[in-house]
Write a protein that binds this ligand. Structure first.
Ligand code: AMP
Length: 291
């Protein structure tokens, strides 16, 4: 028989579920639904780490900076429930916007410098919406661990910063970016791409790999690394580059030179779809690779 996932729709139901077991470890996997292998890798990591795993699906209006992106966000709840059950997820928190933002809601988490550049610069208010909803989810579920994808590297850094600054007792666990065979990072937004756009979208990862190749060849100047990425992106006529960044992976401060580690991140429009991706350059890994 197909497993059916326990669905919790109210905060009271989550609290009752959480109090019903004497679990030492509970893993939370926050998502916006339309689940794919990337989300399922987070669930698998949570499954391997924690006694109980709860996922949440909430398309958070507060983190969308463009109406049309929110309106077009894909939904397939029945498929999501099947995938979560199959992945061994124990419960699903499925709140409505009114549950998360009831009448009179008026308090926000405002991230600092870590949210100022890259995505933060191009998506005003985005990380305030993310930080607020994630803190709410952590307070509602009170998980011992919460799992986030490296795919959204700045989001991960923003969450780590507020967890540290606001003394949240949850361990934040990063999970590597899951990719299609041709390198495209899995994303719920990929379904919006036409076949020709889907083909063109491989340019993001190819661009990142160009920076990695340059770094491995000894290039440490951030401008030169970014230039290598731009050269690849510029060769794809369907791609409109929004930014390419070479920054400190923890503070997201833009770098002049890469000493040890750097986060190379980018946002690119393919037609009407905005895609992001990133990769970490790590001189110590390079040393190991070369050993
Ligand atoms: P989303 O539903 O897009 O908000 O993503 C929910 C979580 O899944 C976030 O922590 C994302 O970083 C993570 N995620 C999304 N896509 C991927 C991917 N391709 N690989 C790994 N994690 C991902």
């Amino acid at each position: 028989m197909m497993a059916v996932i326990e669905t919790l729709e109210t905060i009271a139901a989550v609290r009752a579920w959480r109090a019903s077991g004497g679990w030492r470890t509970v893993g939370l996997v926050p998502t916006m639904g339309y689940l794919h292998e990337g989300h399922l890798a987070l669930v698998a990591e949570a499954r391997a780490t924690c006694e109980k795993v709860v996922a949440s699906i909430f398309v958070n209006p507060a983190q969308f900076d463009r109406e049309e992106d929110l309106a077009a966000y894909p939904v397939d709840l029945e498929q999501d429930k099947r995938l979560l059950a199959k992945a061994g997820c124990d419960a699903l928190f499925l709140p409505t916007p009114a549950t998360m933002y009831p009448e009179g809601f008026d308090t926000w988490v405002e991230p600092g410098a870590v949210a100022a550049e890259q995505e933060g610069r191009h998506r005003p208010g985005h990380f305030r919406g993310v930080a607020t909803v994630v803190l709410k989810l952590l307070n509602i579920v009170q998980p011992s661990h919460a799992f986030f994808g490296q795919k959204d590297a700045q989001q991960l850094a923003v969450i780590r910063a507020f967890v540290r600054d606001l003394d949240v007792a949850t361990a934040i666990v990063p999970v590597a970016t899951q990719r299609e065979a041709d390198g495209l990072a899995r994303s719920s937004r990929n379904v919006r791409l036409s076949p020709a756009e889907r083909q063109a979208a491989t340019v993001l990862y190819r661009g990142l790999r160009a920076a990695e190749d340059a770094f491995r060849s000894g290039e440490g100047r951030a401008a030169a690394l970014a230039h290598a990425v731009h050269a690849v992106l510029d060769a794809e006529p369907r791609a409109q580059t929004e930014y390419v960044s070479v920054a400190d992976p923890d503070t997201l401060r833009e770098l002049d030179t890469v000493e040890t580690r750097a986060l190379v991140s980018l946002a690119v429009w393919i037609g009407k779809t905005r895609l992001i991706d990133n990769l970490i350059l790590d001189a110590s890994e390079q040393a190991r690779d070369g050993a």
